[in-house]
Structure formats: structure tokens, C-alpha cells
Ligand binder design. Structure first.
Ligand code: ZN
Length: 126
């Protein structure tokens, strides 16, 4: 187990935007860009590429929720179409960013935990 941390702790660190190795440094530089290197332990994130996996998960999760909720609103209140546009477009944009960040962090943490990328050895071994 890397650095004596449990798998749950590593994955939680990723979800909360923290370095999966130390749990202290920030994982993101900005809203969705993975930082180059952990400021606390020096773990290099350049080899950790989340790819499109988190975006696909967001599409499945949020798309299902938004379509279901829009359908429910239509059944209950039958509002005019502009109400659907005013409600669902901002919720979809905000929900996408809110879900994408933890899923991207989780993907990087999974890559770290299961060594899906080559990582330079730490002095003294890891
Ligand atoms: Zn770190």
C-alpha cells in the first residue's frame, strides 16, 4: 500500500481534490486542470491523464438525472418551455463542473493507487 494509506483514504483524497499520495497538497490548479506537481510531497501528476472517463460518467449520471427531473416537472406542472430552459440549462452547467472535479480527482487517485502510470521512485523507496 503506497505510503501506508488505505485505498479508501487515497480515493477520498482524490474526490476532495487532494494529492492521493500525501492527502495534503492540492490536486487541481484552477477548476478542472490537474496541477503539475504536488506542493506538499512532490508527486508529479504529468503522467496521470484522466482522459474522457470522468466526462462520460458525468454525461451518464447528470443526463439521466436531468432528463428524469425535467420529465417529472413536465408531468407535475406542465410549465412553458422557457421555464425548462431557465431551470435545466444552468443546473446542467453547474452540475457538470461540480461532478467533473471529484470524478477527475477520483480517476487520478485510482491511477495512482493501482500504478496505472509510471512514477519515479521516491528517495528511500515507496
Ligand atoms: Zn502530495
Amino acid at each position: 500500500m503506497p505510503h501506508g494509506r488505505s485505498t479508501a483514504s487515497i480515493l477520498a483524497s482524490g474526490c476532495f481534490g487532494r494529492c492521493p499520495r500525501c492527502g495534503q497538497g492540492r490536486l487541481f490548479d484552477g477548476v478542472l486542470k490537474v496541477t503539475d506537481k504536488c506542493e506538499a510531497c512532490g508527486l508529479v501528476f504529468s503522467g496521470h491523464d484522466a482522459g474522457d472517463g470522468p466526462a462520460v460518467a458525468v454525461i451518464f449520471i447528470l443526463g439521466t438525472a436531468m432528463v428524469g427531473l425535467a420529465w417529472l416537472l413536465e408531468l407535475i406542472m406542465s410549465p412553458p418551455l422557457w421555464v425548462h430552459a431557465v431551470v435545466w440549462i444552468p443546473l446542467t452547467v453547474i452540475g457538470s463542473v461540480a461532478l467533473l472535479r471529484p470524478l477527475k480527482g477520483l480517476t487520478v487517485a485510482i491511477q495512482y493507487r493501482y500504478r496505472a502510470v509510471d512514477e519515479p521512485e521516491m528517495p528511500g523507496g515507496t
